[in-house]
Structures are given as structure tokens and as C-alpha cells.
Design a protein around this ligand. Sequence first.
Ligand code: NAD
Length: 462
Amino acid sequence: MPISESMVQDIVQEVMAKMQIADAPAGKHGIFTDMNEAIEAAKASQKIVRKMSLDQREKIITCIRRKTKENAEILARMGVDETGMGNVGDKILKHHLVADKTPGTEDLSTTAWSGDRGLTLIEMGPFGVIGAITPCTNPSETILCNTMGMLAGGNTVVFNPHPAAIKTSIYAINLLNEASLEAGGPDNIAVTVEKPTLETSNIMMKHKDIPLIAATGGPGVVTAVLSSGKRGIGAGAGNPPAVVDETADVRKAAQDIVNGCTFDNNLPCIAEKEIVAVASITDELMHYLVSENDCYLASKEEQDKLTAVVLAGGKLNRKCVGRDARTLLSMIGVNAPANIRCIVFEGPKEHPLIATELMMPILGVVRAKDFDDAVEQAVWLEHGNRHSAHIHSKNIDNITKYAKAIDTAILVKNAPSYAALGFGGEGYCTFTIASRTGEGLTSASTFTKRRRCVMADSLCIR
Ligand code: NAD
């Protein structure tokens, strides 16, 4: 058989990828000093992945699941130590959730039309090398989950992680490549640079070999990605309100909301950030929050002190993000009892601790005169992010009205917010919820291109 130029190129790429396996220092698979080199390596690796069977990709994913579980505690501790945010127990759970419930290749479904004129299929194929920007709030969770989905779709990935979580991110990226090598795959299925900056991010976003960028983070990064001229998946900020109406099981609502709000110290973007309660049950709800759910009721003076610390100079104080309630209270001189999990108070929707996405266990409660007023205030508080919202109600008409009005990617009914991630709820897990661009909860199929595959006049055997 004659050897074509493209075959020679493929062989060279394969040899280059294998050389990188040999050269990579232990514990540093996929880690480069230069962004362009990182992209080249991911490109070489993608050429190999592209030729792998679905079964081979699935073997790597199975190995990633196992290693994620084995390393869940290390990654959880590393994340908390490095960023100062969240808590180890919940972060362990989050890694188990990623390992167990992130979809693999089974997510790639085929659509078919068969008839007199033949057979047409829609197949889901890879983009190639995907650029991904990840947050410091769920650093390794996002990297592991993104890579599993992207690899299932036949892609490799270049990360520009949050600099404040680079150690944890590097550990996760190394783990992904070790899993691939162990399962007979190539090195560099996921890569990054040792020192990610806005400059390395720009190199990645502008690179000719990156056709798709997935951004998980606040409004700044999503806007940057959507202005890049490339296709972008924008998983942006939220400020999820939890509405409680007069038909709710108020006692259970209080428990569910506090459980969701305090999970990993309120870091998940989907977590309850404030409550809007109809007036007829607000006092009852406050009673259950404080008497049965370890909430600290902050006085007006304490709210003012908290505002001064948490939103110092009108800007979110990073030193408060992802801290537990007792630490936050200690910052304003309050020595709270050991059981305290959450800080609550009643206030208007415009209260800065209510209107701002804080990512810490502070729950302002807004009183609404009736259900319509509750919906109006909740929609205002969500700020048009269309990200996540929650409701506690037994009235289907109320739930439907709220769902239509708030129009979010996630709406959890009568459960803690984390049910949306498949934790205590049905469905798969992701840590990239594409609220801005509408893909919703991302999975392998989100990271693929739809290709129409047509066979005219044949293969219909009906
Ligand atoms: P962040 O916006 O500060 O950083 C996120 C990432 O974007 C980091 O890697 C950062 O370096 C990068 N970045 C920031 N501005 C950039 C720019 N202009 N150009 C290029 N890169 C830029 O967010 P964070 O503090 O790490 O995470 C918390 C935020 O992310 C919250 O707003 C939260 O709601 C959101 N978030 C959303 C999702 C989701 O799935 N929708 C998931 C997690 C976090």
C-alpha cells in the first residue's frame, strides 16, 4: 500500500505523543511551561483519541472514575488548603459524585431517519482540542468532570485553571493522564501550564487549533469567551433564590434549604443564596431555621458589620468566600456556638447581603406579600442569569408559574439544591452549567459536533 503524506504525519504525531509519555516527569503528566506547547501536545494526543474505539475511550473513563474516588480525600484537602474555601467532607462527596454520575460515551446518541430514500443518521463527532477555563470554587471537580465528557466525545482538552487553585488543578490533570496511560491511552488527554495567567488564557482562546471554549466562572470570563470569535460554552454566575409558599412543608423546606445552602460552605453556583417566603409562613420558617437547623439569627448591627467585612468597599471579599458560618461570625467578633452552620436574617431584596452572589452560608430571608410578589422578587434577585432557582410548594400551578417566570437552567422542587447534580435526585452530574449559552447541564454530547451521515436509496430494510 502506498504511504500518503497524511499517513506519515499521523505516524509522526503518534511517535511525538509517545515521546512525551517517556519525557514527562513523574507526577507532572500534561503540565507545560508554555501554552503553545501544551496545545501542540493535546493536539497530538487528540489524533490518537480520534482513532480509538468508543470501548477504548470508555476504558480510560472507567480508570478516571476509579482514580477520582481513590484520590477524593487528597483532592478535597488540597482544594481546601490551597483556596481556603469549602470543607473537606463535602468536597469528598463532590468527587464521588463526579466519579459515579458524570456521563461517558453512552451520552452520545444517534438520531436516524429510515425510509424509501435510504438511511440518514446524525452522528456526534469531536471538535478536536477544546479550551477550558475553570473556577477556584470547584477546581478539581470541574477539571475531572469536563475531561470525562470531552474525552467521551473524542476530544482532548487544554485547561487554563484559576491561578488560586493551580496546585489542585495540576494534581487533577496529572491524575487524568495517569489514568489514560494505565488504560492504554495516550498522555496529554488533558493539559495545562504551570502558571496560568490572562495572557495564557488569551493565547488559548486565539489559537487556531482550539475551535471550542468552555468557560466556567463569573460574568467576566464568560463575556471574554463569548467575545473571542470562537464558539463558546458559557457557564456563568448565578444567585439562586429559594421560594417558599404557604402550601409547602415549611419544616422540611427549612431543613432542605439549609442543607443545600451550607453544602461545601455555599460554593456551588447552584446553591441557595437567599430565601423569598410568602408572609403567611415567614415567621414559621424563621422559627424552624433557627430552632431546628443550627442557624444564627443576625441582628441589624451584626448584619451591618457583616456587610462591611464581606462586601468591603462594595467588592466581594475573597477572604470570606467559601468560609463556614462560625468563621464569618468570628470576623465580626461573634463567638458562635459550635453547632452553628448558617447565618440568617430578614431583610428587603435590595439588602447587599441578599442581592449579591456571596458564595458563603449567609441566607437573607425576603418577605413577600403573596405568591405573585414572591415570584417577582425572586426573578429580580436572580438578575437574569437564568442559572438556578428552587421552590418549596405543593401547588403545581404555583410551581409552573415560577418555572416560566424565572426561566433557569435548573429548578429544584422540594429538595436541597444539590439534588440538581444527581445527589439525592435523579439525573447525571456536572460542574459546568451552561446558563448563559443555553446548553444547560453539560455532558459528553455538549462537546460534540452533529454530523449528518446520508446513504441514499440503500440500507433501509423495512
Ligand atoms: P472567576 O470568574 O473569578 O474565575 C473563573 C475562571 O475565569 C478562572 O480561571 C479565572 O482565571 C478566569 N477569568 C476570570 N476573568 C477572566 C477574563 N476576563 N478572561 C479570561 N479568564 C478569566 O470565578 P471563581 O471565583 O473562580 O468562581 C466563582 C464564580 O463562578 C461564581 O460567579 C459562580 O457562580 C461561577 N460558577 C459557575 C458555574 C456554572 O456551572 N455555571 C460553576 C462554578 C462556578
